[in-house]
Design a protein around this ligand. Structure first.
Ligand code: 9MR
Length: 391
């Protein structure tokens, strides 16, 4: 028992010392003894050139992160590092219904505006996430506010259309990409019987949602988004069938005074919440072939919520697991680079200080440290995994 704890402590200490080596060596590899040319610094939070955004640009991909303005309030490095490392910001919660419409017909754009304004001020791409979502396994989050859930189905359906229309019109010309519907399927590919499904009892509500989004802003790229759909499976088969039918369905919209028929969907978002521990490495050829069949439908693809959780003890991962995590980030980036229709990656948080994996430890008991930066914003091996693929 003692020997085992000593081993664990030793690996934790080694992990910590490797991570603290990141200060001297921005890429988080071996400790650096002498530095000839000090790296170019961005601001006060230790970011050095090249950043992920700088590396992604010549590859024709955008690399972004989920962003919550409240995280930046007492933590200037959250904002500074996000703006330095990424060229795209996505509303982490700002456009979820409980944030943007906490009561029927009552809109609150403060959080979404904060992300949109920050993106605009810094010439970043701005993306909107998860307009229509009702996670039945996390009902306590009340993403669909209780007063909306309690509405009669036909009124709830109209509220869905009005909500999409209002948000799309507000950010028209500013949001490049919008996740219209999120997580409509269960693990075996059946439609989730959620509050939105309950308005049509089939997938017609999804078509209605996309139609409303397209009519409100004909220029934004419209995405369907889901988790655990990266590989070929019953779930990804069902999503493929949906995306194909959305792509085959058109709606007439007005673009610069011309009426044109546009398909309802432009892209498929694979969330990419991955595992990085021993024997948990993803099957990359399976992911590549699955992503390719979606691309062959003529839609763009994107990893929209990428993170890689690894086993942790008191929040600390072993050196071996951090290296396995590096490999997963590296391979996922490579999949995107190899796929011409992949627009890039969005990380679902970039610091272990501020990640939903860290925030909901009960959902991921024994796992954590899922992002490429430590909780004090130093680059982990995972950062190097992305950077190496982009170089
Ligand atoms: O990361 C988000 C977290 O901060 C929120 O508390 C949570 C509920 O609003 O939503 C998280 O983001 C989810 C994303 O929108 C959809 N896929 C699953 C993500 C984690 O639940």
């Amino acid at each position: 028992m003692l020997a085992r704890s000593a081993l664990v402590v030793a690996s934790v200490v080694t992990a910590l010392s490797i991570l603290s080596g990141c200060t001297a060596d921005p890429e988080g590899s071996s400790p650096v003894t002498a530095v000839a040319d000090p790296p170019e610094h961005h601001g006060q939070c230790g970011v050095t050139d090249p950043t992920l955004a700088q590396l992604a640009k010549p590859r024709g991909k955008t690399i972004g992160t989920a962003y919550r303005s409240t995280y930046a309030q007492n933590d200037p490095c959250y904002r500074e590092v996000a703006l330095a490392e990424f060229d795209s910001l996505t509303t982490e919660i700002g456009t979820m219904m409980n944030t943007v419409q906490p009561e029927p017909g009552v809109f609150d754009f403060r959080e979404a505006d904060a992300v949109a304004d920050l993106a605009a001020q810094h010439h970043k791409d701005f993306q909107i996430h998860s307009l229509i979502w009702d996670p039945l396994d996390q009902l306590q989050w009340e993403i669909v506010p209780s007063a909306i859930r309690a509405m009669a189905p036909d009124r709830r359906h109209q509220l869905m259309i009005d909500s999409i229309t209002t948000v799309m019109k507000r950010y028209a010309g500013r949001a490049s990409t919008v996740t219209v519907v999120n997580e409509a399927f269960d693990q075996v590919g059946h439609l989730q019987p959620n509050a939105w499904w309950d308005t049509t009892h089939n997938d017609e509500y999804i078509f209605d949602a996309f139609r409303a989004a397209r009519l409100a802003d004909p220029t934004a790229e419209l995405y369907y988004n889901d988790h655990s759909a990266e590989t070929n499976s019953d779930k990804s088969n069902a999503i493929y069938d949906l995306v194909k039918r959305l792509r085959d369905t058109t709606v007439e919209v007005d673009v610069n005074g011309q009426t044109v028929a546009r398909p309802l969907i432009d892209g498929m978002g694979f969330q990419g919440h991955m595992l990085g521990g021993a024997d948990q490495q993803p099957n990359i050829s399976d992911i590549e072939s699955n992503v390719q069949r979606f691309a062959a439908l003529g839609v763009d693809v994107r990893f929209t919520e990428l993170d890689v959780r690894v086993p942790v003890l008191n929040g600390v991962a072993t050196v071996a697991d951090l290296d396995r995590q590096r490999l997963v980030y590296n391979m996922m980036t490579q999949v995107c680079l190899n796929q011409p229709r992949c627009t890039g990656l969005t990380l679902w948080g970039f610091t272990d200080k501020r990640s939903w994996i860290t925030d909901y430890p009960d959902s991921f008991s024994g796992y954590g440290a899922a992002t490429p930066l430590t909780d004090d914003y130093r680059r982990k091996p995972a950062w190097k995994g992305i950077a190496d693929a982009l170089r």
